[in-house]
Design a protein around this ligand. Sequence first.
Ligand code: GLY
Length: 536
Amino acid sequence: DRPHRAAIASAHPLASAAGMQVLEDGGNAFDAAVAVSAALTVVAPYGAGLGGGGFWLLQRAEDRFETFVDGREKAPLAATADMYLDASGQPITKASRVGPLAAGVPGLPAGLVHIAETYGALPLSRSLEPAIRLARDGFPVWPRLRAGLVARRAILARSPAASETFLVDGTAPGLGDVIVQPRLAETLERIAAQGHDGFYRGAVAGALVEGARAAGGIWTLEDLETYQVVEREPIVATWRGTRALMAPPPSAGGVAMANIFQILSAYDLQRHSRVEQVHLVVEAMRRAFRDRALYLGDPDFVDVPVARLTHPFYAAGQRASIRLDRATPSDSLPGFKVVSGGGQTTHFSILDTAGNRVAGTQSLNSWFGCGYMEPTTGVMLNNEMDDFSVKPGVGNLYQLVGAQANAIAPGKRMLSSMSPTILESERGVAILGTPGGSRIISMVTLATLEWMNGADAETIVSLPRFHHQYLPDKLFHEPGAFGEEEAAALRALGHQLSEVSRLYGNMQVVTWDFKTGKVEAVSDFRGQGDAKVRVY
Ligand code: GLY
């Protein structure tokens, strides 16, 4: 069966419209993904860019083919394990976050070209056309973009090209002011005309390397020439009649979620009180995030024990230490003895009328990546190197710790939390994902659990969220996630509650109900005015 309508949910109406235009021109969901991804690099430049990376989870309807396109950034070939440590072995403040030394070799352009050429029905130039137009003609500053510009003003001001593009006399422009990016339009045009080589060889590659090096980076032409996307087999887990198609390493998302579902599978959650449900989910998250820290990294470099970590027997072992009457202190689990941030990334979900599905998440890491824009190409560089473990046991921007598996090595991909996910059961399909750094995994987990309980798209994006990532040993939650009595009961179990001041996430969900045929697309209300939906 086919859905009667196509749907796109993304972080900005102009990006959703770009995808819609391509569908109307006869493109499929994969062409639309290219259009939406590219448009987001223009209108959501705080969270996505040609100078960044992305993951795209694809499901083709006609033959049920499924794949995960890994366009994650890679460490430059000149990178070393201790490149962000000082002579005494201590991390140098912000070295892995600010300036081109923090930038991994971009994968997003390679991903766009690969998806268009391998799975699209239209030429790449058609799918890039809306993004080129938005970059050339401009678009109005919107609330989330303005918030990012205010937050990163000082860092952007250090990069002449970034200030010229995004700031007015060194300050953030007002809402509605138009931002034009003619250089970025030219770079997109080169990719449209020349494909992969338009970015990774020739004038663009030369300018990027020169610019990055002049501003303290270590990129070489070889880094760009040798960059390739990798297609990987998605992680699949089936629980309570729902088949979840998830992101494999170098994302931590699929392994962690599969593990959480395995741990929870022995409990009949619905028969437990809400406090017990939260407690059990948190205990499962704690254990999955511990394994993230210890075992996960780039599968091309380290042997990630995916089969073991997602095996029911392994989960049974983890479950044995879970008590219903008490939280397990994280430091009592074998692992680390150790030690925030928002996480600016962007997600979109697409369903076309043939039933093809795409969940795509892309990122520059924190707001506007490393803050540097190369002047002749208009490309902002990421600061994804911070997603490596710069030192075992030392937390990154998201307070995530890591070990050898995620240590820096030349040409290696840094571990990610980006978790594009596609769920399917007798009931229907849900395509989902969100930005949010380490919290992505718990947000997508909670949304999945609620979808399994029968909740609709609106409900799964609206629910107040909670999160536990092993270290710090805290149960983070949004305001209103727990009632007073629930909070007291969770504290009594030994959980350290920590209310976050900001709402987190910007989930984009598309659902298709097999019984009613209803197709819905919902953007997170937390998106500060960017929560627009296109169903058509
Ligand atoms: N940079 C955020 C992530 O990939 O998890």
